[in-house]
Design a protein around this ligand. Structure first.
Ligand code: NCD
Length: 355
């Protein structure tokens, strides 16, 4: 089988996703993290267990010292040229937990990209100072392109996609899965659950990535509730068809609340509107989780949101134990630490700590 370094970009990019996923590994563990569909169930389970292990070890100062020793010799670059604070800080904290030092690029206007350098050259030059690139970009596919560039270079540093265009946000999907794993720990896990997605499903990359990951589970059912103009993409529905995952697409929201085990609310992604601001003419008023809806929700269901929130979840819902979006965010830090530890091959040492 050909290695990525023997392939042109066009060849690499056109590969079947399962085949490409194989090239993103190193010594059988994940190395480049580009999109959600590269992960299989076994990896999701291993990552979730490692995240819990790190979370527990970090409760004590001595444990924190142990974790900090793991990657004190590694440096990560956070290349975030699209607005972000929570994902940025989540990765920043995950790196700190493992002792890594972090450098950041957040504003293209003060980098040489302003002088006409391509983003590809910019990321490659900055990578000279680092051992890992964590990147968020408005350019869809840039992370994939950079992974291919590095695979073809003499310094193949790993790339983590922290959000690319409207398409993918794989580490958000990992933290969402970790949140579902924890929420349904006592209820037979994620298998057999109904997940209701609501909001801007056309341009919400978190929904697209999570829908991809959920195909790893048995007996699940997905409901996509959105106004027609913001409905989930056909490419996602086709991948669900391929993996025989039942789903429903509806303009209704309320009707599905009593059936859901998890409700995943999202905001309208109007930063992708053209100058005409087309989102303004779409009526999104019914795609809101209100306090009165709590009465219809199963007693052990969970309400999630990738955040930031606007008005799609009433603040009065926050106090309900089924509202897990704050915990979901903190889960992100633990699962990202688990992912980085796996990439740098120190998961074994962490699992063996004090055993
Ligand atoms: C999401 C994103 O950037 O796609 N935010 C995040 O990473 N938590 C969701 C959003 O911005 O709506």
């Amino acid at each position: 089988m050909k290695e990525a370094s023997q392939m042109s970009w066009e060849e690499f990019h056109a590969l079947d996703p399962d085949r490409q996923a194989g090239l993103l590994l190193k010594d059988e563990h994940v190395f480049h993290v580009l999109y959600a569909r590269q992960f299989r169930r076994e990896q999701l389970e291993t990552l979730g267990l490692l995240a819990t292990r790190i979370r527990k070890i970090a409760k004590k100062a001595e444990g924190m010292r142990f974790l900090r020793d793991q990657l004190f010799h590694k440096r990560a670059m956070l290349y975030f040229t699209q607005p972000s604070t929570r994902t940025f800080l989540s990765f920043y904290s995950a790196c700190q937990i493992l002792g890594m030092s972090v450098g950041e690029v957040r504003d293209k206007s003060i980098s040489s990209e302003f002088k006409g350098e391509t983003p590809e050259d910019a990321v490659r030059s900055f990578s000279s100072y680092f051992d890992m690139i964590i990147m968020r970009s408005e350019i869809g596919g840039l992370a994939e392109r950079m992974a291919w560039v590095f695979m073809n270079s003499e310094r193949p540093v790993p790339v983590i996609n922290a959000g690319s265009g409207k398409d993918q946000h794989p580490t958000q999907a990992l933290l969402d899965i970790y949140t579902l794993q924890r929420s349904f720990e006592e209820r037979g896990g994620i298998d057999g659950k109904t997940i209701l997605f609501c909001g801007d499903l056309a341009r919400g990359r978190t929904v697209r990535s999570l829908a991809n990951l959920l195909t790893n589970y048995d007996g699940i059912r997905l409901v996509f509730s959105a106004p027609t103009a913001l409905a989930i993409g056909n490419d996602i529905l086709e991948s669900l068809d391929q993996r025989k995952v039942p789903y429903e697409v509806s303009e209704d929201f309320e009707r599905f609340i009593p059936e859901a085990d998890a409700i995943y609310m999202t905001r309208i992604q109007d930063e992708w509107d053209s100058a005409n601001g087309e989102s303004k003419s779409i009526d999104t008023s019914i795609y809101t989780f209100e306090k009165r809806h709590l009465a219809d929700l199963k007693p052990d269901a969970v309400i999630m949101h990738p955040l930031p929130r606007r008005h799609e979840i009433d603040h009065a819902v926050d106090a309900d134990p089924r509202a897990v979006y704050w915990r979901q965010m903190r889960n992100g830090m633990w699962i990202r630490a688990a992912l980085i530890a796996t990439i740098f091959n120190c998961a074994g040492r962490i699992n063996d700590y004090n055993r």
